[in-house]
Design a protein around this ligand. Structure first.
Ligand SMILES: Nc1nc2c(ncn2[C@@H]2O[C@H](COP(=O)(O)OP(=O)(O)OP(=O)(O)O)[C@@H](O)[C@H]2O)c(=O)[nH]1
Ligand SMILES: [Zn+2]
Length: 187
């Protein structure tokens, strides 16, 4: 299912009118359609379940850390509908041979990011999805992001970065395992 193009087009036209613009002037006449097409793309995660990506596993006897760092992502702050974006670091320790493809960790991040979102919920949803599909020994998700709602408006603090983390399983109970993962993330 895609977004309701017709509704978005009407809404964008109304916003343009509300700010005092002429939605029929040359430069703006295609803008409502463009925004509708863009929302199809940036809110694609509304129709995606991260677990369907993660559930594709292969049987591999690796029961040590797997960490994909620096996964770039773009999301939309649900309070202001402006972007927040940055990098996600996703690690887990597989159990029972349930190893997923590396790209699936990035696909899971993308599916959850492409929705109206909060950074905290993005972080916990990715971690919980991995727990629920792979049942690993542990999961660690660290996300660092810059929020446009804090840079281009309001408090106006460009460069301020928000870091959130979610740890599950062994990373919660074993400080050494957590420290090893964090040192690799910060390396
Ligand atoms: N916890 C959290 N807060 C966020 C996130 N994205 C934006 N916010 C915050 O959401 C809050 C909304 O606050 P409100 O007081 O309702 O809205 P506002 O008047 O526009 O707030 P200001 O940004 O302080 O001007 C702001 O403090 C934002 O910084 C996020 O991912 N997580
Ligand atoms: Zn915001």
């Amino acid at each position: 299912m895609s977004v309701d193009h017709e509704k978005i087009e009407r809404a964008v036209r109304m916003i343009l009118e509300a700010i005092g613009e002429d939605p029929d002037r040359k430069g703006l006449e295609e803008t409502p359609q463009r925004v509708a097409r863009m929302y199809d793309e940036i809110f694609q995660g509304m129709n995606q379940d991260p677990k369907t990506f993660l559930a594709k596993t292969f049987d591999e006897a690796h029961e040590e850390l797997v960490l994909v760092k620096d996964i770039p992502f773009y999301s939309m702050c649900e309070h202001h509908l402006v972007p927040f974006f940055g990098k996600a670091h996703v690690g887990y320790i597989p159990k029972g041979g349930r190893v997923t493809g590396l790209s699936k960790l990035a696909r899971a991040v993308e599916a959850v990011a492409r929705r109206p979102q909060l950074q905290e919920r993005l972080t916990t949803t990715v971690a919980n999805s991995i727990v629920e599909t792979l049942h690993p020994y542990g999961v660690i998700v660290v996300i660092e992001a810059e929020h446009m709602c804090m840079t281009m408006r309001g408090i106006k603090k460009p460069g301020a970065r928000t870091i959130t983390s979610a740890v599950r399983g062994i990373f919660q109970t074993d400080a050494t395992a957590r420290a090893e993962a964090l040192s690799l993330i910060n390396h």
